[in-house]
Design a protein around this ligand. Structure first.
Ligand code: SF4
Length: 338
């Protein structure tokens, strides 16, 4: 079966006074029907820009997709007119943002904000739109939806606002839901409820979800597959088991080592990844992680690593996994003389 969404060799740049920032540099991935794909990485790695490029929501005054394709249901979204994209946004692909207070309008009632998308995309009467709005508020767990439709954002708690944003995103029954850091602004108990809500909705509607996060706990709870991004590229991709049980890229290992765990020795400190990401005005010629990588070789600094396939879904872009790198001696072993 063909994937629902395919991102092929996507490149996105932003023009600034200092030059062009190459924020996304050749991203490839697929999303299948009914699955959850997590895109994970630190701030500035290009995960949100990738997601917004799928929706063609990068700022037009300075951002542009310079290369690549986003194939959705057989159509390349990169080539569509803005008018055609408006028909896809909200009805076929929807997005949930981090903070409802900035994503939604505090001066318009919740009911109006939910029904306007239904009326626009489905061309139904306001009575029918209201009925659908009540149903979707029920689905996302908001009590007394008939009364709540008349209320404004300030009358809801943080968790409830996030539920409303999910309701607005889902009301036209999209095939793909993109959630950009949907729980970052919430406390942990509300976060757990919202993640459970996503899973419940996916079971009921079959929607495919792309979740953008820097929180590996969210990835572990939600994802079927994971893309780890660094400096505008996917450096490792695999199932959630591949990434958590058998990570192969030094950056993925670093992310996991810096994550607090309940079963970890409390006397041991967390291990940070030292250094900072590279300057994306002039990305390095070789592996972008080389300056921070304890395993970096000469080849890493000069040539970009190819993807090596480790299993059906698991691929990594690292010279250490290249079939030609079998004889590499790791620094720790070198020091120990083994
Ligand atoms: Fe480290 Fe080289 Fe692998 Fe990059 S390619 S992660 S520098 S070992």
């Amino acid at each position: 079966m063909d994937p629902l969404l395919q991102v092929k060799d996507l490149h996105v740049s932003f023009s600034t006074y200092g030059g062009d920032v190459k924020a996304v540099r050749g991203v490839n991935f697929t999303l299948n029907q009914g699955e959850t794909l997590a895109i994970v990485g630190e701030s500035g790695c290009g995960k949100s820009v990738t997601a917004r490029s799928i929706m063609r929501l990068i700022p037009p005054h300075n951002g542009r997709i310079t290369k690549g394709q986003v194939i959705f249901k057989g159509e390349d979204l990169v080539d569509l007119e803005e008018r055609e994209m408006r028909n896809i946004r909200g009805s076929e692909i929807s997005m949930i943002f981090q903070d409802a207070m900035t994503a939604l309008n505090p001066t318009i009632s919740i009911g109006k904000q939910i029904t306007e998308g239904i009326i626009r995309h489905q061309k139904v009467s306001s009575g029918e739109a209201r009925k659908q709005a009540i149903e979707i508020l029920h689905l996302v767990g908001i009590a007394n939806p008939e009364q709540r439709l008349k209320q404004y954002l300030y009358q809801f708690s943080g968790g409830m606002r996030q539920r409303i944003m999910i309701a607005i995103a889902l009301v036209c029954k999209p095939s793909v839901l993109i959630a950009d850091e949907p729980t970052t602004a919430l406390d942990v108990t509300i976060q757990a409820q919202i993640l459970e809500l996503f899973k419940d909705i996916q079971r009921k509607t079959g929607v495919s979800i792309i979740i953008i996060t820097h929180d590996l706990g969210v990835v572990a709870k939600m994802a079927d597959r994971v893309n780890v991004m660094y400096a505008g590229k996917v450096v490792e991709t695999g199932t959630v088991q591949d990434i958590f049980r058998n990570p192969q890229h030094p950056y993925t290992k670093g992310l996991l080592a810096s994550m607090p765990r309940l079963d970890a020795d409390r006397n041991k400190s967390l291990l940070p990844i030292f250094g900072t990401p590279p300057d994306l005005f002039a990305p390095p010629a070789g592996c972008a992680f080389a300056a921070r990588c304890e395993y970096a070789l000469e080849v890493c600094r000069n040539y970009q690593p190819n993807y090596t396939r480790l299993s059906e879904h698991h691929q990594v872009a690292c010279w250490l996994q290249d079939p030609r790198a079998k004889n590499v001696v790791y620094p720790a072993r070198r020091a120990a003389g083994t």
